[in-house]
Design a protein around this ligand. Structure first.
Ligand code: 5GP
Ligand code: ZN
Length: 115
């Protein structure tokens, strides 16, 4: 794990966060700067720099994240109206933290196309 990785430090508990879920492979926290009434970050514990670096050894991880998002959407009351899952990748994708994470946004209608 890179010692300066913000999300490695958050998932390890070294830095505090508003955690809503944790298991052996994924941690979910509230985004510090929410862009919707519900804005969670689903973060694999494993340090993967971005979706570009996901490999065959990570088989199952993305489907686990989607399944967890569905469960958390139920718990947070946004399942019925729907929500958006976002993975920003690289500079043009708007990625600011180089540790793979999936945004879960809900509680309001989402525009398309995204900005
Ligand atoms: P990205 O821009 O890489 O797709 O998403 C990074 C997200 O992490 C941003 O939405 C940003 O608000 C959030 N974030 C940055 N620093 C922290 C932090 O220290 N704690 C939490 N909970 N979220 C953070
Ligand atoms: Zn990391």
């Amino acid at each position: 794990m890179p010692p300066d990785c913000l999300f490695c430090r958050i998932v390890s508990g070294e830095l505090p966060s508003a955690q809503v879920y944790s298991d052996e492979s994924i941690v979910a926290i509230r985004d510090i700067s929410p862009q919707a009434p519900t804005h969670l970050l689903l973060i694999p514990r494993k340090h993967i720099a971005s979706a570009r670096e996901v490999g065959p050894e990570d088989k199952g991880l993305i489907s686990d994240v989607c399944a967890l998002a569905a469960e958390l959407a139920m718990r947070h009351g946004v399942a019925e109206d729907g929500y958006r899952l976002v993975i920003n990748v690289g500079r043009n994708g708007g990625q600011t933290v180089d540790h793979l994470h999936v945004h879960m946004l809900g509680g309001r209608p989402m525009a398309w196309p995204p900005g």
